[in-house]
Design a protein around this ligand. Sequence first.
Ligand SMILES: [Zn+2]
Length: 313
Amino acid sequence: MIPPIQHEHGIVTLDADYLRPGLAAVHLIVEDGGVAIVDTGTNHAVPSVLAELRGLGLGPEAVDYVIVTHVHLDHAGAAGALLQNCPNAKLVVHPKGARHMIDPAKLVAGSIAVYGREHFYAHYGDIVPAPAERVIEAGDGFRLDFRGRTLSFLDTPGHARHHYCIHDQRSNSLFTGDTFGISYREFDVEGRPFIFPTTTPVQFEPEALHASIDRLLATGARAAFLTHYGRVTNLAELATALHAQIDELVELTRAAPGAGQERLDGLRAAVENAMLRRLRAHGCLLDDATCKALLANDVELNTQGLLVWRDRG
Ligand SMILES: [Zn+2]
């Protein structure tokens, strides 16, 4: 795990201890002795969250809100477990995701279908249901008064239909889950981040994702906190890179020849090549094997998600 990063305005990026260090983050927003947690990681993240709270001189009762950008398990897997640990916390979730937090059975089955049973239980464990009376559904335009600090919610489909992003007015920053792509710090070159979109199964919708990225940009936010991984700035430049890559992935998918395993393998190789080419153009000096290893999980998920989108017609 990489050490917590303290930002201004009481924001902390915490390593969720998922798959490898620096892959997935839990964000804390601390305001007036209270805490809002944005994205929870999996159950493995719970001890780190509680330890970080202790380090801040706070107990689990200081957590007012557990906010999940969407209900994919690297973002929401520990929501129920955190509610168990934090007696005053309410869960804030997209209206299309709420029922999956209250009864995770379908979510669990869907994740096993994507990741396989062995991976599922090793990385996610048992998903604790959220008590319905502690769930707040945050639709588009919802505003949360978090101890006088306004958090605004924007419906942002494209990665998933149960995805919102949060605009924090105090810091003029966004918490973007997976809508504003992925940017691993390993790929930074002289402080410049490398960013790419995530097209994970099963609700990737390119037009919606383009529109959501533009909507995020229109807030005028000066920074975004990505679940994968941490704070980025210069959002207009990053949005341009995301738009171009969404278009490129769509084109590669439309052009993918063959069927079944052959089509999957071919598209996977094309997606990986496109990302490596962009990394080189970015100035990344890591060797191919290192880049491929860092990207392997996303290349696989993006390829699968693109084909699910393509086959939906
Ligand atoms: Zn994610």
